[in-house]
Every structure is written in C-alpha cells, then in structure tokens.
Design a protein around this ligand. Structure first.
Ligand SMILES: [Ca+2]
Ligand SMILES: [Ca+2]
Ligand SMILES: [Ca+2]
Length: 295
C-alpha cells in the first residue's frame, strides 16, 4: 500500500477516498466491505445463533482497518479470539501477553503463512450488570490493554475502547439480531445462508496501532469457550466438514489448555485482506497492472 501511495498524486488519492464507500461501525455489514473474505464451512456446535460465525469481511479506509464478522457471540463470556498478522515477523506459536487467562493458549500453533502480531479478545455477558469487553494485546511487545463495558451498560450497541497499548481508541459494535445463517451441528454449513447474514461484530482499528506499513493483512478468527481452553468448531477461515468442537486438545476434549495445532487441520484458519481499493482502478492511471508494479 505504501508503494501505491508514493506512486500516485495527492489529488488521485483524494479521488480514491471519495470513491470509497464509508463504513459505519454499528454491527451491520456495509456495502463498502464487498464480498466475504471467508464464509463459514461448518455448522456450529456452540449453539445455533448463540456462537456462530458466518462470514469474515475486512477493508481499509481512511487509515483504519475495519473488520466485520457476521454472526453471534454468546452472552456467557465465551471468548471470541481475533488474531491479526499485519506486519513482518511475529508469532508462529502463540505466546500470550498475560491477559484474561489467554496464556492457556500458549503453544498454539498457527497455520503456515500466519505470524500473529496482535490479539483481540471480545466477550459479553452479565456480571452484575450487562457489559461487552474488549482486550487488545501487542504480542511482539507482550503488552495489553483491557477495556470493560465498552457500550456503557449493555451487551449490544456501539462504542469505543479507551487508549493504552492502542494509541487510538478501537471502534466496537455488536448486533446480536442474527437468527439465520448456519445451523447447529457439525455438518457442512449452508454457505448461501452464511453469506446472507449482515449483523454481528464490527471493529475499527487504527493502522498505526497494528504496525501496518503495507501488504496483505491476515486475520484469524476462532470461537473459544469462557476460559480460552475449549475451542468450538467456528473458525474463519473455516474447518473442513464434518467437524465438531476442537476442545483443548484438538479432538474435542477438555484438558485445561487451548494449545491446539492448526496445522493439523485442513485449510487455512485465517483469511487475507489484500488492500487494493477498487476505486483505484477507476482513476485512469494505467490500471492495476501499473499499480502492482509500483507496489
Ligand atoms: Ca457497519
Ligand atoms: Ca506477522
Ligand atoms: Ca444460525
């Protein structure tokens, strides 16, 4: 992306920005996300419309990474794990920054081609009052910030974290209204139904906070239990069907840890955003072939 920016004029960038379809962080998928980067491949064994992840979407606009994950997160403090590979280097084997008992996943092996740099935990429930919490961890620096109750007393809505390890507040929105999408079970998911879901979790992260200087961004999404030590069968990219919960040992058993080996499962349990705004193709700058050469 940096190559593109240096290769075209400020005026052209302004045109490109004008062409981009704005994203609103409200828990509803915007047209600006375009097509899904991953669709769920397996029915959920963590409850139909309870914890299911139908599709993964992402885009970059205005210096922000936007992530839209359509589906549902149970209101029982189950953890949605989002790992971001946004720069060179990073972890092929997970090593927690020490927050939220995430160290129970220490030793987890990521797929080849994925080196985790940042980890975001989302969870919601009622602990005396309704809340939605978000943790942001810089895995390289082994630092984290934990943000409780980002919506101000509710489990759904929109809001933002404070600042800390992330210098800019992270926009967060969650809409729990999905009652369709994939069904409960372990068989192959209905991907047409998965693609039709428009609501779920939406995040807005400043590119500087994920050390982004250009190139593709890999995003891994996995639904875990409330102690980071019992994985469901809901990953994006998805697992090969039929597939039950992975549990703590990859075979569906509880062992007190969440250190699964994702290389043992077919396919990539991550998806990739290749930032190449469609709007750039409309600028008459010689087309994407030229831009790619510059990049
Ligand atoms: Ca939205
Ligand atoms: Ca990385
Ligand atoms: Ca469903």
């Amino acid at each position: 992306m940096k190559g593109l920016v240096t290769g075209i004029s400020t005026a052209a960038l302004l045109v490109a920005a004008g062409n981009a379809q704005a994203i609103t962080v409200d828990g509803t998928r915007d047209a600006g996300y375009g097509s899904a980067l991953a669709l769920q491949t397996v029915e959920t064994q963590f409850g139909d419309n309870e914890s299911e992840w139908n599709g993964g979407y992402a885009t970059i606009d205005g210096g922000k990474l936007y992530i839209m994950l359509t589906g549902n997160l149970s209101g029982n403090f189950n953890k949605l794990e989002v790992f971001i590979d946004s720069k060179a280097g990073g972890q092929s084997v997970f090593d927690s920054s020490g927050n939220d008992d995430a160290d129970r996943m220490d030793g987890m092996v990521f797929d080849v081609g994925f080196t985790a740099d940042y980890h975001i935990i989302s969870r919601r429930g009622n602990a005396g009052s309704d809340k939605f919490d978000v943790d942001f961890a810089d895995l390289g620096a082994q630092t984290f910030s934990a943000y409780a109750d980002v919506f101000g007393g509710t489990q759904t809505g929109s809001g933002a974290t404070g600042t800390g390890v992330n210098a800019s507040a992270i926009g967060v929105a969650y809409d729990n209204s999905n009652v369709a999408g994939v069904l409960g079970g372990t068989a192959a998911a209905d991907q047409v139904a998965a693609a039709a879901v428009t609501t779920g979790l939406e995040l807005e992260i400043d590119l500087a906070d994920i050390g982004y200087v250009g190139g593709p961004i890999n995003i891994m999404v996995g639904q875990n239990g409330d102690g980071h030590h019992f994985w469901s069968n809901q990953f994006l990219g998805g697992l090969a069907a039929p597939q039950g919960n992975l549990g703590g040992d990859g075979a569906g058993n509880f062992d007190g840890f969440g250190d699964i080996d994702l290389t043992a499962f077919a396919g990539d349990q991550f998806f990739t955003l290749v930032p190449e705004p469609a709007s750039l193709a409309l600028l008459g700058l010689g087309g994407l072939a030229m831009l790619r050469r510059r990049a």
